[in-house]
Design a binder for this molecule. Sequence first.
Ligand SMILES: [Zn+2]
Length: 171
Amino acid sequence: MKYCPMCGTPLAISFVAGRERPVCSSCSFVGYRNPAPIGLLVATKDGKMLLLRRSIDPLRGFWAPPTGYVEIDESVEEAVVRETKEETNVDVAVGGLFGVYSRSNIGVLMIAYYGKVIGGEALPLEDAEEVGYFGRDELPDQPSEYGGTAIDAWFADVLEDVFVRFREGRI
Ligand SMILES: [Zn+2]
């Protein structure tokens, strides 16, 4: 960040709130950098988990639950309901918190919920090449390799954790 997004003045580095940050000398804007929240929904129907095969990066070609960025005018629960509909056409009711996945310096954090499918035929829509329901002993194999970015590695770990917990019956 080189220029103030509020007034266009070049930013200078100053010590603010515990560390050096870009600060505007004109309007006092401080360039805080925080991870953006992503919602994920582990939705089940008759004991099977809803998964889509991703058509976009990160992890294009991997099977994953619906995920997406949380918009400013919605809660995380609302975001996962919306994303699930946009990506798979499936209607869901959100249950409890599944987990929070966070790692330093990747710019995002994941908040995952459980959910129940309440309607809608599963179809591959936005960001999805295929969709399907998978039981504990029929989870799809993932591609053997993925890209080299930190977010690829983190997201692969998230999906691995979801699959392991589902396979072991902890979902
Ligand atoms: Zn400014």
